[in-house]
Ligand binder design. Structure first.
Ligand code: GLA
Length: 412
């Protein structure tokens, strides 16, 4: 942990700039050539996921409204003549795992056979084969400018870029939106079965189906979720999303996520519905939820149902025709409400995430909230682009004052 005394000069906020696509491709191609002594057949990439609103709703059949980062994970790969899979990740030290290389065979991959970061690559190949797709082994290298362990779905980016590589190298022709939805479902299966990490599918569907500069409304009442593309015109109004990576992640994240999922299922069953989604938009639901005997289930259900309604509201604001400044103010309020709900009712926030959100609020942002699963990770703030550097400085300062590790920032 870097602890600075508050009388030391602070320096500049630490911004993480994205690589251009060209930089990412050149870097990963060079890494491939250095590692395997040959040219790759191609380069595929996937972005990070930023949930604008709609957190912890996917596994309750709900709605979510994410977008993507310009920061991407790049995979260079080529087919082999046998069924060996060789993988190297430039950033392996940032994942938990057995060093930076992994080698195995397609037939060896199965539950409890691969651990650490390679399981995210191997899991996708396993899941595609489980779905009846097949092809030979491959050599793969990975390089990324997307920060890991930051609530921006860096593991999803590894999976999705791998799935795109397999799609091309195995000639699967899964190129339409439906095809990408199928790839996303395979990534989810691989993450659950091989990497043993719980996920609700938000990350992978966003990372394979959302384009930069747009928001994607995902409706998880169906599997795969239905996607509606919405223009995200923040930049046209001088606005943007400031992402603060608070550089901490609770050990309790994975068990905490599993517990939330179980609690939501238990709350739905106590309320006599299949999924909590079934209660959104029902004006009598609130009273039924408040009558639940178990305070934990009551709080979880309250968050999920209200969060789904917030997604509907923010989507309507984005699609609306009212005065833009009013719509942005409304969207911002919903972000603050979402954060409060995730903190108080969902217990998914941390003191660091709260500090970033509160400092952003004191600096006049339109809205702010934690992003992703929580238990550490990142926050987003809807800011005037011209103010972003000043807000980042204030957040940086607040962390130093508290003796915390300095955050990192990126813009969307
Ligand atoms: C993680 C999961 C997603 C989603 C978010 C919370 O990123 O992988 O499926 O549940 O948390 O919204």
């Amino acid at each position: 942990m870097t602890v600075m005394r508050s009388d030391e000069p602070l320096g500049e906020p630490r911004w993480i700039d994205p690589w251009t696509r060209g930089q990412g491709e050149t870097r990963v191609r060079a890494l491939f050539a250095r590692t395997w002594g040959a040219e790759p057949a191609g380069v595929w990439s996937a972005p990070g996921r930023i949930t604008i609103i709609g957190e912890h709703t996917d596994y309750s059949g709900g709605l979510s409204l994410p977008t993507v980062t310009a920061h991407r994970t790049y995979v260079a790969a080529r087919r082999r003549d046998d069924d060996t899979v060789r993988v190297l990740s430039e950033g392996a030290d940032a994942f938990d795992g057995p060093g930076e290389r992994w080698t195995g065979t397609l037939t060896d991959i199965g539950p409890d056979q691969v651990s650490g970061w390679p399981a995210y690559v191997a899991g996708v190949l396993w899941a595609l084969r489980e779905r009846g797709y097949d092809g030979p082994g491959m050599d793969v290298v990975i390089a990324s400018c997307l920060p890991t362990a930051s609530g921006l779905a860096s593991s999803g980016a590894v999976e999705c870029a791998t799935a795109l590589a397999a799609n091309a190298l195995w000639g699967l022709a899964l190129d339409s939106d439906d095809g990408h939805a199928e790839l996303a479902e395979a990534c989810i299966d691989g993450e659950e079965a091989i990497a043993r990490a719980p996920t609700g599918g938000l990350d992978q569907h966003t990372q394979l189906r959302c384009r930069e500069g747009e928001a994607l409304e995902l409706d998880f009442s169906e599997r795969p979720p239905r996607a509606t593309h919405r223009p995200l015109y923040f930049p046209d109004y001088g606005l943007g999303l400031l992402v603060t990576d608070v550089r901490t992640r609770d050990r309790d994240r994975t068990p905490g996520y599993r517990r939330r999922r179980d609690e939501c299922a238990a709350a739905a069953s106590a309320l006599g519905v299949e999924r909590l989604r079934d209660l959104a938009g029902d004006h009598r639901a609130r009273a039924r939820i408040e009558a639940l005997a178990d305070p934990v289930l009551r709080a979880r259900a309250r968050h999920v149902v209200a969060e789904i309604e917030r997604v509907e509201d923010v989507s309507a604001q984005l699609a609306g025709t009212g005065p833009a400044h009013e719509r942005f103010v409304d969207i911002g309020k919903q972000l603050f409400r979402s954060h409060a709900s995730l903190e108080v009712d969902y217990h998914a926030s941390t003191p660091e995430l709260n500090l970033a959100v509160d400092t952003a609020f004191r600096n006049g942002v339109l809205g702010a909230r934690m992003v992703g699963a929580g238990f550490g990770g990142s926050t987003i703030a809807l800011v005037r682009r011209a103010d972003a550097d000043g807000v980042a400085r204030s957040i940086d300062h607040a962390f130093v004052e508290e003796g915390l590790e300095r955050p990192r920032f990126l813009m969307v």
